[in-house]
Design a protein around this ligand. Structure first.
Ligand code: FES
Ligand SMILES: [Fe+2]
Length: 438
């Protein structure tokens, strides 16, 4: 249990908030590249409580600036995209990608007032389908060489979805390996051959056992957590009576991402990005170590469950997530359909906009969550001193060496579990068509 003050410290993200200051030291997903594929690539972005507008100028370069015109406050999302910048439709003030006002066509001809007007702007970089923004002080850090950035565009698919809750509870469902045996339980197994692009629908590792069966039959994982150069590695062991164990390796990538296996071929790197204190987007990069990803199919699958332009899920608290008691009796643990994203969404949204952690009781399976909070508290203390020393991926470590991380399922002899996952991962990387070497 924690105090209200401790909960606020870990969850709030606006400018000057302790956790927000830590998040601002890292590149943050701001939009999908797909959102800018239109006649007029200008989209509103709300990130860490700040209202911004993201646009591609006439020369194809990206800008991310304050959403509201510094003249009299109108919405620049309706700006005219001209002359390598955005022009406010109210009185024609013109802003370039750096937020500098470069023209005020209604002011007297000799006026130099525009040189004094500059709005907030943040550096942006596009990587494999996601536009990232850096909202912190000084120069942005380099990108680490994680698989999602190292893989070629053909092997990465990116998507996002809105969750109506604080980012931390969204993240914490991803570092809780025990919940998959319950929340995502299927009372019947589907044909794994029908599982492309879906979580937990493949066979478990190199066996014929559907993942759904394995999770259902072994609900008490032994969970080990270790600190790494990128955050935390979580190892969930499910010991089977025949002397074998299932090993599932997942990760917390600091500050607010996870990296988990999706199928034998694909992993997911997923950020839980605060829009503000009470809403967040998950941004996922699905990385294939096998065939190029079928982006059309994966996008179609997900667009069936989300509405545009805000990527809000069609199943949500206003329609009880499609809850069906008959389905809960016969088919799924939640009664909320087969899409596991909806299960996670219900779990994290039903806690309320910001989970009241003064009333929680963490158990042994929550070890990843307590370790993460400890890491975040240490980072908050450092950043409050004006330092980033010792923060994952910001210190002396050569970011080109921060690779992977390993996210995999494997099954083999229980006494050999530690080499099992390393060997399975090494084999997958050796066979990979792009350079996935660690
Ligand atoms: S409000 Fe934008 S130019 Fe006047
Ligand atoms: Fe989940």
């Amino acid at each position: 249990m924690m105090s209200q003050e401790q909960n606020d410290q870990l969850t709030r993200v606006g400018p000057g908030a302790p956790a927000g200051d830590v998040l601002r030291r890292y590149w943050q997903p701001a939009a999908l590249s797909d959102e800018l594929v239109s006649e007029r690539p200008v989209v509103p972005v709300k990130l860490l409580g700040e209202d911004l507008v993201l646009f591609r100028d006439n020369s194809g370069k990206l800008g991310l600036i304050d959403r509201f015109c510094p003249h009299r406050g109108v919405d620049l999302c309706f700006g005219r995209r001209e002359d390598d910048g955005l022009r406010c439709p109210f009185h024609g003030w013109h802003f370039d990608r750096t937020g500098q006002c470069v023209e005020q066509p209604g002011e007297p001809e000799k006026s130099q007032m525009h040189t004094q007007i500059k709005v907030t702007s943040y550096p942006v970089e596009e990587r494999n389908g996601i536009v990232f923004a850096y909202m912190g002080p000084g120069d942005p850090p380099p990108f680490p060489a994680l698989d999602c950035f190292a893989a070629p565009d053909s092997h990465v698919f990116a998507f996002k979805g809105l969750w109506e809750c604080n980012w931390l509870q969204a993240l914490e469902v991803g570092i809780d390996p025990a919940h998959a045996s319950f929340l995502h339980r299927f009372l019947q197994d589907e044909d794994p051959n029908e599982g492309y692009g879906k979580q937990f629908r493949d066979r478990a590792a190199n066996t014929d056992i559907p993942m759904t069966q394995l999770l259902r039959e072994y609900p008490r994982p032994e969970i080990k957590v270790e600190e790494t150069d990128y955050g935390l590695r979580l190892i969930a062991l499910r010991h089977m009576p025949d002397g074998r164990s299932h090993v599932r390796v997942t990760n917390q990538v600091f500050p607010e991402a996870i990296c988990i296996p999706m199928s034998n071929e694909m992993t997911i790197t997923q950020w839980h990005v605060p829009i503000d204190d009470e809403t967040c987007y998950w941004y996922s990069m699905f990385v294939s170590f096998g065939k190029p990803v079928d982006k059309t199919l994966m996008r179609e699958q997900r667009l069936k469950e989300h509405r545009l332009p805000d990527y809000a899920p069609l199943r949500n608290k206003r329609n009880n997530y499609g809850y069906d008691p008959a389905e809960q009796r016969d088919l799924t643990y939640t009664g909320m359909g087969l899409d596991i994203n909806v299960h996670d969404q219900w779990a994290v949204e039903s806690m309320g906009p910001i989970q009241d952690r003064t009333r929680e009781h963490l158990g042994r399976t929550d070890v990843g969550i307590s370790r993460y909070r400890r890491l975040m508290r240490a980072a908050i203390a450092k950043v409050a001193e004006g330092s980033t020393e010792g923060l994952p991926m910001l210190g002396e470590a050569d970011l080109a060496e921060v690779k992977g991380p390993v996210a995999i399922d494997a099954i083999g002899p229980s006494d050999d579990w530690d080499s099992l996952w390393r060997d399975s991962d090494a084999a997958r990387r050796t066979a990979c068509s792009w350079d996935a070497a660690l």
